[in-house]
Ligand binder design. Structure first.
Ligand code: MTE
Length: 363
């Protein structure tokens, strides 16, 4: 099956192989739960299509003994559902690229984010059945896809701390938006780690290893690490960055689009916001004058953990060029830095500066 047939024709395709694409912001901001055909896709390698009957999830390492679970075995655990946002650490990289070049990374604008209704089994049920031996502090996850880096082929991998893995929200998901998980999104089984960067939500999950240390997989030990703004590709020490985990509080204006030409007067501004580590959003403010004065946006639905917040407001556009700005605060008081100078890093992760959109008001 072609990887892309299940997707909306208007998706912004950043790379065709591996397939990396996301919805145009005007469609993204329309749905509290993103329809599957619009849901962004971030792949690093092949899209495997494991045979469901032969599929086994293997759990080993610091366990009482190895486990090998079929999909039928997994269906015997209690079912759990979570509405959760998935956001790639590279979301909003384009604004960082405008400041200084970031070679070799996907130039996502604001579309590497979506929200799903995930159904499956809380990971902790399976970990409890496996038996967690003393000394285990991390849960490593390995996908069945094949990624090539530095002449080696291996499955995409990640790890999450054991404390996070025991939260009921962390799901072994076999359902997305009320339907069986599709191949592009990780069928037959993926992990969903609400509140963490998307890279920890390993798709096509084949293996779980309980261990004392974080995973040494390239995508945990080398990529998806955060360096300060003054480090660049020539000075970075590989693996010495901070391993990314919790999402940062962030917001983005989906409508109007950058460069839009609009009649001066009242105009609707709308977008999404996420809280630090999946915390609910407390408020979003919008400025129509580049950040001098602010007005409170209306929040639509949501205000629940793990889920994003859609918002809108009406501002009065003056005639001429002007900058719309949005910023958010979450329920624990986390706020965004004002400028991309503060968020720039040489791999282009976690840009959560205030979001600015230049528009033209027509007299
Ligand atoms: N899991 C595997 N096995 N292979 C991958 O390439 N990409 C990760 C994560 N899980 C990836 C993976 C990244 S970086 C993100 S942002 C999310 O999957 C994207 O999930 P989606 O494609 O369902 O939106």
């Amino acid at each position: 099956m072609s990887a892309v047939v299940e997707k909306h024709p208007d998706l912004i395709v950043r790379t065709a192989e591996p397939f990396n694409a996301g919805p145009p912001p005007r469609l993204l901001g329309r749905h509290w739960v993103t329809p599957t055909e619009l849901f962004f896709v971030r792949n690093h390698g092949t899209v495997p299509e494991p045979d469901a009957a032969a599929y086994r999830l293997v759990v080993h390492g610091g366990t009482a003994g190895p486990l090998s679970l079929s999909l039928d075995d997994l269906r015997r655990f209690p079912r759990h559902a979570v509405t959760a946002t998935l956001q790639c650490a590279g979301n909003r990289r384009r604004e960082l690229l405008d400041l200084r070049d970031i070679p070799g990374e996907v130039p996502w604008d604001l579309e590497a984010i979506s929200q799903g209704e995930w159904g499956g089994v809380s990971l902790y049920h399976v970990l409890e059945l496996a038996g967690i031996r003393p000394g285990v502090a991390h849960v490593a996850l390995i996908g069945l896809d094949e990624v090539e880096r530095r002449g080696r082929r291996f499955g995409f991998g990640a790890s999450i701390p054991l404390d996070k893995a025991l939260g009921p929200e962390v799901l072994l998901a076999d359902e997305m938006n009320g339907a069986p998980l599709s191949p592009l999104h990780g069928a037959p089984l993926r992990l969903v780690v609400p509140g963490y960067i998307g890279a920890r939500s390993v798709k096509w999950l084949g293996e779980i290893v309980l261990q004392a240390q974080p995973s040494d997989n390239y995508f945990q030990a080398v990529a998806y690490q955060h360096f300060p703004p003054d480090v660049d590709a020539t000075t970075a020490v590989e693996g010495a960055g901070r391993m990314l985990d919790e999402l940062f509080v962030s917001t983005a204006i989906c409508v109007p689009a950058a460069g839009a030409s609009l009649p001066a007067g009242p105009t609707t501004v709308s977008g999404y916001a996420v809280g630090q580590g999946g915390r609910p959003i407390q408020g979003v403010e919008v400025s129509a004058d580049g950040g001098r004065t602010w007005m409170e946006a209306t929040l639509h639905g949501g205000q629940q953990p793990w889920a994003w917040q859609l918002w809108s407001t009406t501002v009065r556009l003056a005639a001429g060029p002007q900058t719309l700005v949005a910023r958010a605060i979450d329920c624990d008081g986390h706020v965004q830095p004002a400028d991309v100078d503060a968020t720039w890093n040489y791999k282009g992760y976690m840009n959560n500066a205030w979001h600015r959109v230049e528009v033209l008001g027509q007299a």
